[in-house]
Design a protein around this ligand. Structure first.
Ligand SMILES: C[S@@+](CC[C@H](N)C(=O)[O-])C[C@H]1O[C@@H](n2cnc3c(N)ncnc32)[C@H](O)[C@@H]1O
Length: 190
């Protein structure tokens, strides 16, 4: 299965796919920080037609994320936001059977379409809270790690903060993990 990870220089997602046996390639206008053997340095729009089975895309959010809304007027006026939206639309329209495009909460929702799924890092074993939106074509929704289903505050090491949540949700994991290592002890049962 051929996987294109567009707008990625870190090779994080690419190498996760490669480790699982996929023929995965990263593509970014920047050089990769990792093995360049499977990195395409250049405009990802130019390689979308090369017979990929799955596209994972991380387009820049600088001109789209609502966290920067105070700059929207200038970005709309000079066309930056529309160019960013056109780039996203081109990725979503790629002739690839399965697509997952990731961005924070952004104007993609109002200007193109609402995301198909919104996930949180803490659902996948990381301690952070950051709403991450996915626009999907075909792939099943991202499945949260079943050991990591807890509200953010349940990651607190402060048992007093965790208690009310644990009462509401008694079967929560003992630890919140970050980079695979446990952080912030929480009680698994009360
Ligand atoms: C939000 S960053 C994503 C970084 C990614 N998560 C990683 O781990 O490398 C967006 C990336 O899109 C890249 N980019 C912007 N326009 C591009 C294009 N036309 N083709 C390929 N990459 C592009 C930028 O260089 C930047 O690295």
């Amino acid at each position: 299965m051929r996987v294109l990870v567009a707008c990625e220089y870190s090779a994080t997602v690419r190498d996760a796919f490669r480790a699982r046996g996929f023929d995965a390639w990263s593509c970014d206008i920047l050089p990769t920080e990792c093995d360049p053997q499977w990195h395409i340095q250049g405009d990802c729009l130019a390689v979308l037609h090369q017979g990929w089975d799955l596209l994972i895309a991380h387009p820049p959010c600088t001109d789209l994320a609502v966290s920067g809304a105070r700059h929207f007027a200038a970005k709309i006026a000079d066309g930056r936001q529309q160019r960013a939206l056109d780039f996203v639309q081109a990725l979503l329209d790629a002739p690839i059977p399965s697509i997952a495009l990731e961005n924070p909460v952004s104007v993609i929702s109002s200007k193109i379409r609402k995301p198909d799924q919104t996930i949180q890092p803490w659902q996948f074993g990381h301690g952070e809270t950051k709403a991450t939106c996915l626009w999907l074509k075909k792939p099943a929704k991202a499945e949260a790690d079943k050991h990591c289903r807890w509200p953010r505050t349940a990651c607190a090491s402060d048992a007093a903060r965790a208690k009310p949540l644990e009462r509401a949700q008694p079967h929560v994991p003992r630890y919140c993990r970050r980079n695979g290592r446990p952080v912030g002890r929480i009680l698994d049962r009360i």
